[in-house]
Design a binder for this molecule. Structure first.
Ligand SMILES: [Zn+2]
Length: 92
């Protein structure tokens, strides 16, 4: 099973995990944090549920302003590192 949990600015990592999970036939679950709200899901079972990409595209298609939502989704998919890359604990 693969678990992906990243901030919204690192959406591309969820896409990488989705492709690997579908290719390997492994279950996967996704989570993201927006401010003080954490969202869990979708839980993806290859061949039995929609994949993460299908879930995202369905979510974007249902937005009130599709063009704006799709442009934002594309901008997120072009990023290749998390927004907060310098965050480290005192032990690192
Ligand atoms: Zn799909």
């Amino acid at each position: 099973m693969l678990v992906g949990c990243f901030d919204r600015a690192f959406e591309s990592c969820h896409q990488w995990i989705n492709r690997a999970a579908v290719r390997l036939g492994k279950a996967s679950v996704y989570a993201d944090v927006r401010g003080h709200v954490a969202r869990l899901g979708p839980f993806v079972l290859p061949g039995r549920t929609a994949c993460y990409m299908c879930y995202r595209m369905r979510t974007v298609a249902c937005e009130t302003n599709f063009e704006e939502a799709m442009a934002y989704e594309r901008s997120l998919n072009q990023k290749d590192k998390p927004h907060y890359t310098s965050a480290r604990c005192s032990l690192c």
